[in-house]
Design a protein around this ligand. Sequence first.
Ligand SMILES: [Fe+2]
Ligand SMILES: [Fe+2]
Length: 191
Amino acid sequence: MLCLACPTNPEWIPVATANPDLILLDHAHCEKKAAFFALTMINRYPSRTRLVKDLIGLAAEEIEHFSLVITELEKRGLTLTRDPGCDYAKMLHEHVSGNEPKRMLDFLITGAFIEARSCERFSLLAKHALTEDMRALYRSLFESEAGHYRLYTDIAREYYPFDHVKERLQELSLIEAEIVKGLPNKPTMHG
Ligand SMILES: [Fe+2]
Ligand SMILES: [Fe+2]
């Protein structure tokens, strides 16, 4: 599926579905950080017009998703708590090159992997969440996260040779798989 080199450990599914409130709280932060990451990329690479235009659209969608999840939290009588941070994203970003032009490519590909893993997790929750309203929520988000994965890889192909992008996608897919395998099965979107 997508560019992922390993599927999610099936043991994550019962942990996630048994804790829908914790999953939603973490999910809210994921949507907020996805928007923030897109805006940060625009801030870093303002003269890359294709990147800027595509990521304005992506940031707007992620803000919509953030708002949707906040509404879902409210319905459940929950309020957003402080973001404890995400080990998955931190570990993935440790592999981003410190030097351009590779740095921009690595940021785009790590963005693609975070979207791809979210998309895979949404597809699992769309099947296995314990209530129909939760399954419907994740079904509605699944497609757009797949689109976000494609958007990051398309931007990468706009600015870098096809083979170069393919090679780095393969390298980082193996790194991403090792990170995912090493994380405990917590009730978080990427845990
Ligand atoms: Fe999203
Ligand atoms: Fe997304």
